[in-house]
Design a binder for this molecule. Sequence first.
Ligand SMILES: Nc1ncnc2c1ncn2[C@@H]1O[C@H](COP(=O)(O)OP(=O)(O)OP(=O)(O)O)[C@@H](O)[C@H]1O
Length: 278
Amino acid sequence: MTDTLLDVSGVTMRFGGLTAVNDVSLTVGQGEIIGLIGPNGAGKTTFFNCLTGLYVPTEGTVTFRGSVLPPKPHLVTQAGIARTFQNIRLFANMTVLENVLVGRHTRTREGLLSAILRGPGYRRAEAESREKAMELLEFTGLAAKADHLSRNLPYGEQRKLEIARAMASDPGLLLLDEPTAGMNPQETRAAEELVFAIRDKGVAVLVIEHDMRFIFNLCTRTAVLVQGQKIVEGDRETVQNDERVITAYLGAPLAETGPDQATGAAPVTGTDPTEADQ
Ligand SMILES: Nc1ncnc2c1ncn2[C@@H]1O[C@H](COP(=O)(O)OP(=O)(O)OP(=O)(O)O)[C@@H](O)[C@H]1O
């Protein structure tokens, strides 16, 4: 049994009359990789936003390392949760290295005055941050592009850079929101390896993905959200064989490669929960 890192209890998020997340509970243990899947509009990103302080849940509590999380994003980051976004949010005109350094600032203690005066404490902290950032660029395979502007990176590398930046805050838990969106199959396999490597560094991962092969290759447990409710949670077998999951994904067009925008259903090739590799 793993030690519980994240304990989400009965989280509900309402927007006026719409209940986007409905009484969802979930735990993530130390060193686990947990999946969160569901059709478009199921409430997955809203659930992440409730964990990271972007939204204050209407009901429920989020506990991390035994303490209730303050509903402020920078305090959540300081507590040890980092995330990436579905729509890449890099600083386009900063270099790759600078983007990672931005992610590092929650872990540097030097204050504004020290930064202005550029005293020895500041210079030491800056040198340490750069070293740490370069290590992360090595780790994610981006070191050779440290001085490139992030907007000039290919899409798959921008996603990796988002992960490097999130890792710069030394998280205990990393939340990934559709990390393989827009990636080709080779990039997706490389992203799997990266997530395993992150886990091997002792960082737990909670990942939203539409690519079921990716999810089932990585995750020990997967929770399925449909219309804001968690309908099932378990290993690959449990999820794939659950009638409600199959029903939620039925109607998937056979030949598509991305999630179907109209139904929110995942396409069959590589992404249907009933079709993933055994
Ligand atoms: N700030 C908001 N105000 C009002 N409604 C919102 C807000 N954020 C999300 N919603 C609604 O909550 C529901 C869940 O959306 P959410 O983006 O969490 O789904 P999702 O499962 O992440 O979908 P996708 O797979 O398409 O990213 C949707 O109906 C969405 O329109």
